[in-house]
Design a protein around this ligand. Structure first.
Ligand code: ADP
Ligand code: MG
Length: 705
């Protein structure tokens, strides 16, 4: 065979025809290297082949035969497809239930390879829904008989190329390709950790001789994924520590006193602990990078305010970035209220402000006239330059990507004495979507984590109920009664306008009409959604807060942060349409005052996941527990490769199941970066190159080293 390299294109490889080239490209495979990393998603045992007549009852066996007859019987959903398979040694009956489409796929004269456990059927044998593959006609003539049991890879495939075909293509180049792989881990390093070489790992995963080989190979590949991510995260962190300086902000008793007088209530012990943790961070020149997680309503805002006031007391600026305009506006109102009578200049900056107002605020931020700015991601737009930003807070971090955090970080200040010294703010991110420990360690390995693990006093937990849509009228009658007794209500819908392809969901407009003409005809009701002008929205929120509106029918714009203590009832229409984190956030809008809250989920979940989500909501009020449940329902893959992290998803590793491997990778990465912070020793070159390739971009490692 020709010599190949890792960059040899697929069209030069044996067994690859024109169609294959096209199809492989769809799968992301253009050359030998990409073929190697196109990993099987599972493996299955293929039993040594025998003649049909040699199959034994109750033993998994495999054989090839020609289809000599087919039959489709039964009615409706109970369709049954049967086929008879023959070879020179015997006959086997195949039965498939509820797979009527097979009648169009399997025809007399075709050759099939089947595998399964035969049962006795009259005088002969039968296999019920066996594994099967159709043998292409051009291969029928020279069928090679498998002599041994084989643990065979099953590849992600697509229309036009089968897993079997991919396997054949891979097999032909595997040994040569694996021999070309250079390992970024030294022999000693690997031996200490009982890991195979990279070449061995790829050989074993594509052509295993046993199940144990697959396990061993996966361990190496998973370790590599975890290690690379951890190296990236540690490298980034070391870089920040060494090259960036933030203003040290000490908390003197005098400053402390001044801040305390601004707080409308005593901090809970949980809040106080987190404030202390943050204060300690802020007292150093090393830029703070801390995640504050606390359930909905745990009181994160004042913790953030405390840190920003510390910056201002030292003559610097503070910034608070919120994910939505509504939330930014609300923070602005609350914080202005708390700071009334102080000298602190607070400004609001959002994308929808009139350009002239916006320019005015931008100017005040640059001159330092503004001490505290609250805004949306407009804060990180290019036109915004701070005079001296010392504390940047990102609220509801799950709504932002890692990039925005990075962009806020470079907003340090223009006032740094010389340009050598990179001035950067301390960064605090806050989230009510608690991050399970594993994910925290994996993705946010560059963050320290503080947890506000208790709610402020006087909260009564929200009671959650699930009702089916038939009971809607009863629900809204009850809502009317609640309003009559002085409570306020949120109703959340999944869409603004009627129609669209999801015709079955209740939209804001129709629901308003329905309620105004029906159960809620005698209450003050208003609509709130993201398409309204900011003034209108502010006006509505203001009136709702002041008790001049009884019932707000809204989209998920109210999801985060909206804080109206007298609102005690939340009704969510089509609740099964929302994710668990979102439902929990929405529910967090009620029960914020002295009166207990009630959350009614209306929905008719059609999927298992949907049922599981609603059930979880009814069963627990704890955001932490919900996030664990969410992880179970969705699986880790979904969580890892998300906006939440920005990280490319893992192909092999499952940090939830392989916690021990994760910890090992984390420890190893820490040591490695400790010895070689920029990975610039000659022996690190390969690891460095591979690291930058996978994680360089999203981690912004380009500037490192
Ligand atoms: P979240 O963590 O969801 O952002 P908030 O900061 O909005 O929570 O606080 C929720 C509510 O609890 C607000 O009304 C706030 O004023 C109130 N609150 C926060 N801390 C305390 C406290 N220590 N004592 C009493 N009420 C508090
Ligand atoms: Mg909040």
């Amino acid at each position: 065979m020709q010599t190949i390299t890792l960059t040899t294109p697929t069209y030069e490889l044996p067994h690859v025809n024109r169609v294959h080239v096209e199809k492989l490209e769809i799968l992301g495979v253009r050359n030998v290297g990409q073929l190697l990393v196109h990993l099987p998603h599972r493996h299955e045992w293929i039993r040594a082949q025998s003649g049909l007549g040699d199959l034994e009852v109750g033993m998994i066996g495999s054989a090839i035969g020609e289809i000599t007859a087919t039959k489709l019987s039964g009615y409706g959903r109970k369709k049954r497809f049967q086929a008879v398979l023959m070879d020179e040694t015997g006959r086997l009956e195949l039965v498939f239930f509820n797979q009527a489409y097979l009648a169009k796929k399997l025809h007399v004269g075709m050759y099939l390879r089947v595998q399964g456990k035969p049962t006795r059927f009259g005088p002969g044998l039968q296999m019920n829904s066996p594994m099967y593959s159709i043998i292409p006609f051009d291969e029928v003539k020279n069928l090679n008989v498998d002599q041994n049991d084989e643990y065979r890879p099953v590849y992600p495939a697509c229309e036009g190329i089968t897993s079997e075909q991919i396997r054949t293509i891979v097999r032909a180049v595997l040994d040569q390709a694996c021999a070309l792989l250079e390992d970024h881990l030294s022999d000693d390093y690997r031996k200490d950790r009982e890991l195979p070489t990279l070449g061995e790992a790829y050989r074993m995963i594509h052509a295993p001789e046993s199940e144990a080989e697959v396990t061993w190979a996966r361990r190496r590949l998973a370790y590599d994924e975890l290690l690379m991510l951890q190296l990236g995260v540690h490298m980034k962190r070391a870089h920040l520590r060494q090259t960036l300086k933030a203003p040290p902000l000490s908390r003197t008793p005098e400053i402390n006193q001044r801040i305390l007088t601004r707080m409308p209530f005593a901090l809970t012990p949980a809040q106080q602990r987190v404030v202390d943790e943050i204060s300690r961070d802020l007292s150093f020149e090393t830029p703070t990078n801390r995640l504050v997680q606390g359930d909905v309503g745990s009181g994160k805002t004042v913790v953030a305010l405390d840190a920003m006031l510390l910056a201002i007391a030292h003559g610097h600026q503070g910034a608070l970035m919120a994910p939505t305009e509504l939330l930014a506006e609300q923070h602005y109102l609350l914080i202005t209220e708390m700071l009334k009578g102080s000298t602190v200049q607070v400004e609001l900056l959002t994308g929808s402000m009139p350009p002239a107002d916006r320019a005015g605020v931008v100017e005040k931020i640059a001159s330092g006239e503004c001490d505290l700015v609250i805004g949306t991601h407009a804060l990180v737009s290019e036109s915004v330059a701070f005079h001296s930003l010392a504390v940047a807070v990102i609220d509801e971090q799950h709504r932002f990507g890692v990039e925005q955090r990075a962009r806020l970080r470079v907003k340090g200040g223009q006032s740094a004495k010389n340009s050598q010294e990179s001035e950067t703010p301390h960064v605090i991110v806050m989230t009510a979507t608690p991050i399970p420990r594993t994910i925290g360690l994996t993705i946010f390995g560059d963050l320290d984590i503080s947890t506000i693990d208790a709610l402020p006093p006087g909260r009564t937990p929200v009671t959650t109920k699930h009702v089916t849509p038939e009971k809607r009228s009863t629900v809204y009658h009850w809502v009317n009664e609640k309003i009559k007794s002085g409570d306020q209500v949120f109703i959340v819908v999944a869409a603004i306008e009627p129609g669209g392809k999801e015709g079955s969901i209740r939209d804001l407009r129709s629901l308003m009409k329905e309620l105004e003409g029906g159960e809620l005809h005698d209450v003050r009701i208003a609509a709130l959604h993201g398409r309204l002008k900011r003034d209108t929205r502010e006006h509505i929120m203001h009136r709702f807060r002041a008790g001049k509106i009884d019932c707000l029918v809204a989209t998920t714009v109210i999801e985060v942060g909206v804080d109206v203590p007298n609102a005690t009832v939340m009704v969510i229409e089509d609740a099964d349409r929302f994710g668990l984190a979102q439902l929990h956030q929405l529910r967090g809008r009620v029960g914020r005052g002295k009166k207990p809250g009630v959350c009614v989920l209306i929905g008719h979940p059609k999927t298992e996941d949907g049922i599981a989500r609603l059930q979880a909501m009814v069963e627990t009020n704890s955001g932490f527990e919900l996030s664990e449940r969410d992880l179970e329902i969705r699986g880790s893959g979904d969580v890892f490769g998300t906006r939440q992290s920005g990280a490319p998803p893992f192909k092999v590793a499952d940090p939830l199941k392989e916690f021990e491997l994760l910890q090992m990778a984390r420890r190893d990465a820490g040591h490695w970066i400790g010895k070689s912070p920029k990975l610039d020793r000659p022996e690190d070159a390969l690891a460095r190159r591979r690291l930058l390739k996978t994680h360089g971009q999203w981690l912004g490692l380009g500037d490192v080293g």
